[in-house]
Structures are given as structure tokens and as C-alpha cells.
Design a binder for this molecule. Sequence first.
Ligand SMILES: NC(=O)c1ccc[n+]([C@@H]2O[C@H](COP(=O)([O-])OP(=O)(O)OC[C@H]3O[C@@H](n4cnc5c(N)ncnc54)[C@H](OP(=O)(O)O)[C@@H]3O)[C@@H](O)[C@H]2O)c1
Length: 316
Amino acid sequence: MSDKKIIAVVGATGAQGGGLVRAILSDPAGGFAVRALTRNVDSAKARELAELGAEVVAADVDDPASLERAFAGAWGAFCVTFFWEHFSPEKERVQARAMAEAAKRAGLQHVIWSTLEDTRRWVPLDDDRMPTLMGSYKVPHFDAKGESDHFFAELGVPTTFLLTSFYWDNLIHFGMGPKPAGDGTLAFTLPMGSAKLPGIAARDIGRCAYGIFKRGGELIGKTVGIAGEHLSGEEMAAALSQALGETVRHNAVEPAVYRGFGFPGAEDLGNMFQFKRDFEADFRGARDLSFSRSLNPELQSFKGWLADNAARIPRG
Ligand SMILES: NC(=O)c1ccc[n+]([C@@H]2O[C@H](COP(=O)([O-])OP(=O)(O)OC[C@H]3O[C@@H](n4cnc5c(N)ncnc54)[C@H](OP(=O)(O)O)[C@@H]3O)[C@@H](O)[C@H]2O)c1
């Protein structure tokens, strides 16, 4: 029997978990094996992971018994929740607690919890700089993750709390790419004025997570942040212009305007960008580039990411 340390990966068919699965599989001498968790072991993405060499097992974070089975016998786990599937911070908290409890029962030795800041520590609910959403949040998809840190801490699960960054892949998959401005140019909307946005290639999150596991216990109990580059909207627009071969201008609307765009999640994202703008020093300070590169020497810059992905960015 292999004496490799098994890492159970939640969200293995997705962006964060998928990057970790591939990072583990591409380092066969690294001492780790991967168990990819999915709700559907027969999906094309799950089969692809099995073909690459992953053990693929069924689990649903809404089903604690399935999580317990999937974590049993593992050495570590990567835990992530899926806000944009349900838009419910309450559900995210329930799922985080279920993962922390399953990790505790399985006696895991190292868990990475993919978290974000609870922005209410900076902007209390009675602070009217930005509206309170869903009754008790400022940035629901951040706050619920940050609030959930305590589940792992209080159960004594040996956890590294991983602060991720904005995926540049949002320009492809999340409708955040440049749009025709009506004057023959493209407009890239980022409501952060001249503040810089920490960004990352989504797959680099998993690669950095792998770097955390490889450090042994050094980062257990710590909160660590990662990013590939910190760029202003103007700098991103300039890089996009170069990569797309078309003029892309930064459309620096105010967060309040962004909140009014009306698409599902627009208010949440408007508050998120305002938080990143108004607390730029703290937000960027938590996401050090050289530390990120030390975890993952292949860390991509925005230009590097664009070289691989510009053709996939919709321009409509
Ligand atoms: N977009 C950004 O810029 C950004 C930045 C930082 C953090 N985040 C956070 O990242 C999180 C999402 O991670 P991601 O982007 O890696 O997700 P993703 O690419 O959307 O993938 C999610 C995967 O998780 C699985 N999944 C969904 N619901 C599940 C459930 N109930 N039980 C088990 N597996 C489930 C699905 O796999 P199966 O269908 O195979 O089960 C899916 O492939 C969100 O909470 C978001 O707030 C996003």
C-alpha cells in the first residue's frame, strides 16, 4: 500500500480544487496522493481527473455523512464553499461547519480552508459607507467565509486559513471582461478608482495550496494570503489592450453605480470592490507576492495569464 499522504480536495472539478488536484498529480515524487471529491463521479470533469490518476469519490458538502466518508483515511483536506451556486451566506456557513466537523472526526493533520475577510471587522453594520445586505452582511460572500474561520479554530482542526484573490478568469467566466464602449473601443469596468486589485490565475490558488501542504506544519494556525499581481484598473486595461490588440479603457464607475447594475450579486460585488478600494493597504498587505511565489514558483503575472487566455475572453 502506498504510504503517500492523501489530500481530500473539495471542489475538485472546479477552479480552486482543480488546480490543487493537478498540482499534486504533476508531482508524483512529492509524497502526496489526491482524493478528488465530486457530487457526480460520472461527469466528464470527474472522469478526466480519474484518467489523470486521481482517486475520485462522491461527496456533497450538504451531506455531512458523505463528507465524513470522503475524509476518512485522508491525511489532509482542501475545503472551499460555493457561494455563487446558491447566493446564501447562511448555507456557506453550514457547509463550512460540516467540513470542519468532518475534518475533526477524521483526525486530519492539515486542512486548508479557503476563506476571505469578514469585512464587518472594517465596516460594522451600522457604518453607512456601504449598504448592509441580506440583513446582516456588508459583503455576503466574504463575510460568511471569514465568520466561518472559527468553526475550524474552535474544533482544534490544524488549519491554514487561505485568503484568495480575484480570479483573472472572471474576465472569461463571470461576465467581467471588457465590453464595447460604443465608440469603437472596449471598456473594462472596475469600480476601484486608482486602487490596485490583487488578482490571480485561478489555477494558481491550487498550486499555492499545494505549496502550503508541502511546507509541513509551518503554516498551520496561520492566515496567509496569495495573489499573482496587484494592478489598478488602468494597468489591467493597458495589459488587456496589448493582449487583445484593441483599445481597452478603464471604466472607473463608483461602487454605488456598480451596485445598481442589477445582475444577481451586483450589490455584493459593488460592496466588495469598495472594500478593496477603501481598505487597499490592509487588503493588499494581506496578499504578498513574494510569499505567494515562494509557495508556487510558477505563479503567473496578469500578462502571463493573458498570453495563455486572451483568446478566451469574450469581447461582447
Ligand atoms: N471568482 C473569484 O474571483 C473568487 C475569488 C476568491 C474566492 N472565490 C470563491 O470561490 C468559491 C468557489 O470556488 P471555485 O471557483 O473553485 O468553484 P467552481 O469552479 O465554481 O467549482 C465548484 C465545484 O464545486 C463542486 N460543488 C458545488 N457544490 C457542491 C456541493 N454541494 N458539494 C460538493 N461539491 C460541490 C462542483 O463540482 P461537482 O459538480 O463535480 O460536484 C464544482 O465543480 C466561491 O465561494 C467564491 O466566493 C471566488
